[in-house]
Design a protein around this ligand. Structure first.
Ligand code: AP5
Ligand code: MG
Length: 214
């Protein structure tokens, strides 16, 4: 099963992708997590990506596409995957589509997690992220068992550099300009499904499972 998670920054793509990956035993592939791991490790790719991420801008397609295609070509992706944060532009979607077509494959579902802009800024300031394993928490809605520590891997949780309110507003603007057109792209392919992302995360997940198993 190949699934794409669509939605604004902070809509809950990462939260839901992690639950999907666990339930269906497929890898959770997040380009944002890959970039953040590279920043943490001080790689050249990380340095380059950080310049864009800290401004709320997209990392250029040339860098992003190669990383994603390399990742999904790995053996653990043979039975499918859930993509979180990719594609984010029409050119990225077209490259993915072409690569899959050459393999005789296609995307099964593009799930749009719908959350209005008003809710987003509030959510982001409370988010805490684990840069080691990619787990995401919220200080009010989804707190870790021990404050500031990741339940999964025991590493310290951080406020992401790009979660400052002014950067979040920029990311929302970039989302509307460059990523939202993907909704029409996947609607035309007949694979778009929309879920209400404003309800409790378990209910969002229930709606997604109904779609995947419906
Ligand atoms: P990325 O890491 O993908 O960030 P994003 O799309 O901006 O999305 P987020 O991770 O911020 O939000 P999310 O939807 O995953 O929400 P989450 O589950 O954490 O990308 C970061 C940057 O990398 C980009 O800006 C760009 O520069 C670059 N980049 C990445 N991919 C790229 C690409 N393909 N091309 C170019 N550049 C790229 O949830 C948010 C918060 O809400 C959490 O605290 C969570 O606990 C809480 N929450 C979740 N669900 C609920 C709920 N139902 N109710 C209440 N709270 C909830
Ligand atoms: Mg995320």
């Amino acid at each position: 099963m190949k699934i794409i998670m669509l939605g604004a920054p902070g809509a809950g793509k990462g939260t839901q992708a992690k639950m999907i990956a666990e339930k269906y035993q497929i890898p959770h592939v997040s380009t944002g997590d890959i970039f953040r791991a590279n920043i943490k490790n001080g790689t050249e790719l990380g340095m380059e990506a950080k310049k864009y991420m800290d401004q709320g801008q997209l990392v250029p397609d040339e860098l992003t596409v190669k990383i994603l295609l390399d990742r999904v070509a790995q053996a653990d992706c043979a039975n499918g995957y859930v993509l979180d944060g990719f594609p984010r532009t029409i050119p990225q979607a077209e490259v993915l589509d072409k690569a899959l077509t050459e393999l005789g494959e296609s995307i099964d579902y593009a799930v749009d997690v719908n959350v209005p802009d008003e809710n987003i800024v509030r959510r982001m300031s409370g988010r805490r992220a684990c840069l080691a394993c990619g787990a995401t928490y919220h200080i009010a809605h989804i707190p870790p068992k021990k404050e500031g520590i990741c339940d999964t891997c025991g590493q310290e949780l951080v406020l992401r550099d790009d979660d400052k309110p002014e950067t979040v507003l920029k990311r929302l603007q970039v989302y509307h300009e460059q990523t939202q057109p993907l909704i029409d792209f996947y609607t035309a392919k007949g694979v778009l499904r929309t879920v209400d992302g404003t309800v409790d995360m378990k209910d969002v997940f229930g709606a997604i499972v109904s779609i995947l198993e419906g």
